[in-house]
Each structure stands twice: as C-alpha cells, then as structure tokens.
Design a protein around this ligand. Sequence first.
Ligand code: GDP
Length: 357
Amino acid sequence: MGATEDAAARSVIAGQKPEGIAGRGTSIPRVAGRREWTRETLAAGVRAGDKRALARAITLVENRDALAYELVREIYPDTGRAYCIGVTGPPGVGKSSLISALIRHVRGQERSVGVISVDPSSPFSHGALLGDRIRLADHFLDPGVFIRSMGTRGHLGGLAEATLQALLVLDAAGKDLLFLETVGAGQSEVEVIGIADTVLLVLMPGSGDSVQALKAGIMEIPDVIAVNKMDHPAAKTMVNEVRSILTLDKEREWKPPIVLTEAVRGENVKTLWQKLEAHRSFLEQHDELEARRRRNLAGEVFAVASSRAKTHLENAVADDPELRRLLDEVQRRELDPLTAVREIMEKVFKLDGGEEI
Ligand code: GDP
C-alpha cells in the first residue's frame, strides 16, 4: 500500500508548479498564478485561505521581500488563534509519516491544518524535501490542508525569522492547527521549534544518538515523545531508556508522556493525539499557554533584533574606513580591544560613551 501511495504521490508532485501546491490540477488560468499581488489582494487572499495567496506569501517571506513584511504587519492582529505543534527528531524516524497520520486523524474532526517543514541543512526551498512531500501527498488535494517546505537560503538566522512569518501567515488564514516540522536536534532546530506551543519529539528504536542528545539536555524541550516504528524489537528498550532519562527532570510539573506508534499503519496515532491535546489542556488550565506564547514571541523578537544588530555592525565596520582602522590599531597593539569596542558602539549605535559596553 505504501508503494502505491508513493507512486501516486510522485505523479502528483511531478505535475506540481514550482510555486507550491496552489492551483495544481485546477482550471485556474495560468496567468492567475503569476498575477501581481498587492498588499491588499494578498492579505485578502491569505485571510480567505486561498492556496495561491498562501504559497505566494510564503515565497515572499522566504525571499525577505518588503511586501512580506507589509503583509504580516497587516494580518498580525488576526493571528494567535492557531495551535502550533512542533515536530522534531532525527531524519528517517517517521516525522512526516506521523504528521500525515495525525492530519488524517484531525481532518476527521473537521479541523483545518497547515504544515511548515523546515530543513536547516537544505539550501533549497521548493521541492527540497521531496521525501516529506511524498509522505504528506495524500493531503495535497485536501482544501483544508496547506503544506510547504522551507530551506535556509544560505543563512540560519533568517530561518527562524522566516518560519515565524510563515506560521503567522497560516494562522491568519484561519488554520486551526499548525505543524512545524524540523529535522535534527541541533541548536538551530531548537531555535526554530522554540515558537511552538507543544513540542513533539519523534524517536525510533536504535537511534542512540537521540538518547544522548536527550541526556545532554539539548532536547529538554519535548512535551510529548513518540517512539515510532514500534514493531521493532528494541522499541520497549528505547521507551525504558527515554523514561529513565525523563525521571531525572524532577522540576518539571508536566511529565512528558511517551507513546509507542506505528505511523504507516496509523497505530496509536489517536493516543498520540490525545497526549498532544492533554498537553494543550495542561497549558491552558495552568494559564501557561499565554505565558509560553509571550515568552516565545519575546524570544523571537529578541533573537531577530540581535541578529539584525550584528549584521548592521558588521556592515558598518566593513563600510567605514575609520572603524576598520580601529581594528588595525587593536591588531598593532596601539589600542586595547575594549576601547575599540566602546568607540565602535558609540559610532554605530550612537551609544553614550558612559554606558556599559
Ligand atoms: P522523517 O525523515 O522523520 O520525516 O521520516 P519519514 O516519515 O520520511 O519516514 C522514513 C521511512 O520510515 C519511510 O520509508 C517510512 O515509510 C518509514 N516509516 C515511517 N514510520 C514507520 C513505522 O512506524 N514503521 C515502519 N516500519 N516504517 C515507518
């Protein structure tokens, strides 16, 4: 059955326009896909949940186009309604298959869904995650589901920023539920997933590295853990290992549940969904959801501002011979490093010389 699904998915994908999923296989005239969007038409299209508008808006976000900033500024008051589930874990554990199974489950409850798949190691955006798209392909034609992959386009700082903007676009489009999928468990993925309301970590039996990562505390963020491919003989061992690591964290009020799943056949997906919902209820009952969102957004704003300030500083120094001269003087030991810092800060950020540096 999996093979048939994959074959069908491939043919669907082959016929897909690079722009994304929008408009494929419909009678929408070609020119419509290329029409010039204005802020108004784009905002209206996004609010209406139009797939072409969503695809265009996210491309603009990825390209850091000025129109994307204007769009998000306009639609921002309409956001904050979608619930975002971050899904992370090493490649190949079954994240996409599990998301696909979860979508099938929640679509039965008439909830609309958006998926953003982020691969920090991939420089490409369109079609970069062909594998993911194949697994998610049975949802491509569902008008209540929007799926999009994003790559880094060269620099990581921009990925967290683009992810946030893309999620806001889908939120304003009225999606009830957003899945944010990231590959791996490194710092950059943690930064990207930091915006999610609930984080699901997917592991599979035998992925010892993930257990190490858990131990090292990198993955202290999961709220729910799925041990997928449960038919594997080592599945129970994996659960026990993960459980013993989690008991080390006594501080946390919410104890992350561990669920054994089989994503391809959809086994225990309902239980997994119940655990994800239970985490949401926990947050809501403890007034934690708003607090968590405030923290996440503040963290996001601060991270983006810091990254921009750094770029600004680097450009300013590169463009200003006087500032470059300061660096040369430091190198020649004519000027001490912190005096150079003070002078740079004064000049670039107009900070008062008396301020702490
Ligand atoms: P991702 O890289 O984490 O998104 O993993 P995928 O969802 O692309 O799955 C990787 C491979 O594992 C695919 O060939 C899936 O068909 C397969 N797979 C996913 N979940 C299961 C499962 O529960 N059991 C088995 N046996 N295979 C699975």
